[in-house]
Design a protein around this ligand. Structure first.
Ligand code: HEC
Length: 114
């Protein structure tokens, strides 16, 4: 019976890490928190395969560093929906709402972690 509380604690710890790991000035919106999961888990190929974004803990140089670029939300949404250059569209992979969420996340996260 001791394994149940241990598991519950582990789940709690994991949840709090994913929600509150940033010391940013302003808490993320709900859309951005959902978008973080899209960035890290649901996009395919994953955004972090190609982009550096400190908040997400990704380092890659195929595409521009999002912390440096700090793109507008519109620009992010457009690139995810339509693709840009060699960056593939995610419209076959993500739902419309997921693309909105990941745009909110990148917009709120870019440049946020020093
Ligand atoms: C296979 C690699 C790859 C993946 C995966 C990828 N990107 Fe990109 N991304 C690129 C490249 C390369 C560019 C630069 C394209 C250019 O300017 O020609 C780019 C550009 C961008 C831009 C700037 C667009 C502009 O108008 O200049 C944004 C914002 C962006 N990516 C966000 C994302 C997000 C969010 C995801 C995940 C949903 C993602 N990318 C997934 C490679 C990738």
């Amino acid at each position: 019976m001791r394994s149940v509380p241990a598991l519950a604690l582990a789940a709690l710890a994991a949840a709090s890490v994913s929600v509150s790991c940033s010391d940013g000035p302003k808490p993320f919106s709900k859309a951005a928190l959902r978008g973080r999961e899209v960035f890290l888990k649901h996009s395919e190929p994953k955004c972090g395969t190609c982009h550096t974004l400190k908040d997400a803990g990704t380092v890659a140089n195929v595409g521009p560093n999002l912390d440096v670029m700090r793109p507008s939300r519109e620009k992010i949404l457009r690139s995810v929906q339509q693709g840009v250059g060699v960056m593939p569209t995610q419209k076959e992979v993500l739902k419309a709402g997921e693309m909105e969420d990941v745009a909110s996340y990148v917009f709120e996260a870019a440049g946020r972690t020093p």
